[in-house]
Design a protein around this ligand. Sequence first.
Ligand code: PSU
Ligand code: MN
Length: 313
Amino acid sequence: MLLPTSLPFLLAAEVEQALHENRPVVALESTIITHGLPRPVNARVAAEIEDVVRSQGAVPATIALLRGRIQVGLSADQLNELAADPEAIKVSVRDIAMAMATATTGATTVAATAHLAHLAGICVFATGGIGGVHRDARTTWDESADLTTLAHTPITVISSGIKSILDVAATLERLETLGIGVCGYQTRRTPGFYLTELPHELPTRLESAAQVASVMRARRLIADPAALLVFQPLPADRQMDPALHDVVLQAGLFDLAQRGISGKDVTPALLEYFRDHTEGESLRVNIELILANASLAAQIAAADTDLDRQARP
Ligand code: PSU
Ligand code: MN
């Protein structure tokens, strides 16, 4: 199934063929599987995400490092193995080479997935929520490497906006400073991951996958070096109860501070706190939004390859 190449990664045959034939491919991150969702539900969800991409006519390429080898596209067995592995580490861009050289198994964050997907020639990537500026960044300097990587990685990322656990206003400012493209999918309000909308306005609203593909094309023409973020909100009747959300968030931030949790453990610990204190609501919402994003990503990837085909004589 996997073909060895001279590239630093192994490309699943199906992914390689789709890229070669200019058919739609959607990259998927793996940290959400190992660190964002609990075992054993994570294995089922990882497979469902891939199924949704396929049902929309695109080829899924989940990215991870297996014993130090970068894999772009995992087999069902590899996906299950990764989901079940409690030792799998969270790999951001700076960790990729370390993991390669030490034969470590790790799951890639948004930053690392974006980097590797772009290296493999994949233009569209789906995730749950991107990282950003944490609420206490003024003292901790905790800002996700997702932001700096996306500033110089030309890929389109479909997510549910900025996680409400972050400093949303600061994250929007940083996205502007870093020149990262931001648009709401059929909305002008910032989606807040668990929540359908936050009060913050977005600079642009796009209406369709075809329109997103047109923006992608224009960005290529001007050699825009940054990513384009497409924020898709959950329907209002599917979001987490905002009152429950606010209570759990405050308690969770306090709990993390008490336990002295910092660095790369913050995001997984806060997501876990939500899971333990919302009776499954955060898990339901997390799963629904990632599936919705995978579906939209596949439609955008298809619109992008269509446009590309039309543009060629
Ligand atoms: N959103 C989720 N679940 C996750 C993440 C985001 O719903 O597990 C992961 C992504 O991989 C993202 C990372 O890149 O958290 C951000 O971590 P940090 O804040 O440490 O950069
Ligand atoms: Mn961090």
